[in-house]
Design a protein around this ligand. Sequence first.
Ligand code: AQP
Length: 344
Amino acid sequence: MSDGVQTQAAFTPRVFSGIQPSGGLTLGNYLGAIKRFVDMQGDAFETIYCMVDLHAITVWQDPAALRHNTRELCAGFIASGIDPEQSVLINQSQVPEHAQLGWIFNCVARMGWMKRMTQFKDKAGKNAENASLGLFGYPALMAADILIYHATHVPVGDDQKQHLELTRDIATKFNHDFGVDFFPITEPVIEGAATRVMSLRDGSKKMSKSDPSDASRINMTDDGDAIAKKIRKAKTDPDALPSEAKGLEDRPEARNLVNIYAALADMSVDDVLRDVGGKQFGEFKPMLSELAVEKLAPISGEMARLMNEPAEIDRILARGAERARAIAEPILQQTYEIVGMVRS
Ligand code: AQP
């Protein structure tokens, strides 16, 4: 077997990433994921972006809401700048090869690896015995989502780091067990000022679409008034903003708002603090609201327009599935060959 570097060189540079249609999009999903998906479109990579509906049902989803959220997520991708001609846009369940490879990876991943996944512990909480088997197995399906395309790079927020390490472990074990160099050792791409956007109500918790408190997050469908109100009410401390990033170290809420500002403005945290150091939150919060509305209002307006044409969204997803399957199907067939399944 050749080493990892040679293996990587042999694969087409290809980006895959996904988002669950488990609710409406948040500013966390936008800054941690979608905005960076847009940045990776171009000549350097083939890009495949996915609404991971099979992952969403690892916790209960109302069927009508799931359908709505999947289409709205697709609208969010496009409104944020994902070009459905340049990128392949899909919902996971229309490309059955994800789930088929997912089964093989269920047989590669080890129970001990899965038990260490902190997201399962966070999501299952105290009631782990009552969690679905799918929620436990989620990271093996996520590895399949990525590796069914031999994706080499995966842009994600910081919370997905552990799952990507597991993806690398699964690829390595598969290659080793079967004596092949078949799956790439995928690179996580976790970059930017907002790899972990925190709740507006609690700087120690991630901003999340399923947080019961709507005030904890900015939804991509919020109007300007709602955004301004949520930022005005965001938890902070009584001190003025520091002039250097070091001064944010023990101030999670202040750090969060500065990180959000930096990511929205495409500035570094140091540059933001050079401008706003010394200001009180009474002055900084309106600046942040104005910037957030300026950046998000065009996206939410375009999402609303696209949602008036659900048939067009479905057409884009059907076309995406066709393009995705052209890549995934041969990789699945080769995987079955390697594993020893009879192909008649
Ligand atoms: N708060 C966040 N900051 C930065 N990135 C984030 N992401 C999610 N929340 C933040 C990134 O968005 C992508 C899609 O995530 P997901 O929807 O598939 O799952 P999640 O991470 O579990 O997101 P949520 O909003 O917390 O969903 P629920 O509430 O359904 O569990 C990933 O790249 C993630 O890192």
